[in-house]
Design a protein around this ligand. Sequence first.
Ligand code: FAD
Length: 385
Amino acid sequence: MTMIQPALRSDMSIDELRTAFRSWLAERADTLEQFRELPTDVDGIFSTLSKMQRELYEAGWIRLGWPAELGGCGGVTALRAVVSEELAAAGYPPPFSFATQEVLGPAIARYAQPELATEVLPRLLRGEESWCQGFSEPGAGSDLASLRTKAVDAGDHWVVDGEKIWTSWAQFADRCIVLTRTGAPDSAHRGITALFVDMDTPGITVSQLVAITGEADFSSLHFDNVQVPKSRMLGDVDGGWAIAMFILSCERGAAAWQRQAWMRWRLDRLVADAPGLTAARAGEAFELISALRLLSRRTLRSLSAGKDLGVLPSFDKYLMSTAEKLLFDSALEAMPETVLFRNDRESKDWRTDYLYSRASSIYGGAKEIQRNVIAERILGLPREK
Ligand SMILES: Cc1cc2nc3c(=O)[nH]c(=O)nc-3n(C[C@H](O)[C@H](O)[C@H](O)COP(=O)(O)OP(=O)(O)OC[C@H]3O[C@@H](n4cnc5c(N)ncnc54)[C@H](O)[C@@H]3O)c2cc1C
């Protein structure tokens, strides 16, 4: 059992935090060694990362940047970014619970009733529970506003029926932010309500789906007459679109920060492992990852200042998938035997990362959609008919 580090203060600067966290990582290197190489199956990965999360929570590091009433230690939001970046730089895996924290956590802090937020957010930070994101449906991915999962008003609760798909890590999730249709079927983005649903509510069936990596990374969810108390509504009735956009801006913005830190570490590994890597490819990957770092730093600063990001994180998401694909395309090009055929642990990791990088231009909104957003909303080009 660790304890909150004496070196940790809510008013510490970014540089102080970096130094203190690096020393802690060095001091605890023996204990943390178990997290360096993850199991290869999703159950093993999940339980190992949850353990790592608890270790970081008990020492206080991942409580920085969250308000005390939500289980945090206070301080500015930007502190949260330092911990994930330093972990990646030291070669530890990105705890995906961090992604949930940065993608769904802020939405619960902002839109849930205060009693609910104070109940559930500390549990998320402690790694005691995990959440998932129930947005996409068969037929409503890029065109999210056409979603059909219905929520009918039944007095003190909603009754939810429908189907969600591609819900990442749903088999481990205790709760899900579900977008539902509460307006008329053709009400598009004006008739959507966001609900925070307990995954053990009767009527929810989780069916695992195997991804290209061979692991069941995501699931489809069936909702059959699922009763959700009104207290679990996020924001207003028919006001769910704003919450969906807020979550997507966190996903496209803050999550890109963690990804760039991890990619930078992977690039270093690639340079070390692949004598066939050309300087031009390494340089291009370095440029893209560095550009992403700068872009997502701007996004984090805006989030930290409580600014509305609008559609700007579409740039981050676009660049993130461009960088990730280029990095792992370069790996394939420089060491095809390793990525395609070898079965030792490191080769399998390269293969999994290569395959997962294909998804980077799909999840969080497909690349073509980000291009449309940039063209229409930022450059002011006419909408595609
Ligand atoms: C690894 C992974 C994890 C995911 N996790 C989650 C999750 O946790 N929760 C969740 O809700 N969803 C999740 N998703 C789903 C993801 O959000 C959708 O796959 C994505 O939004 C695309 O939707 P779709 O698959 O229905 O494809 P479609 O919308 O059918 O798109 C198919 C192709 O057509 C293109 N296209 C569609 N419309 C246009 C247009 N107007 N202009 C130009 N091109 C267009 C798209 O860019 C894409 O290339 C995940 C997906 C992946 C791959």
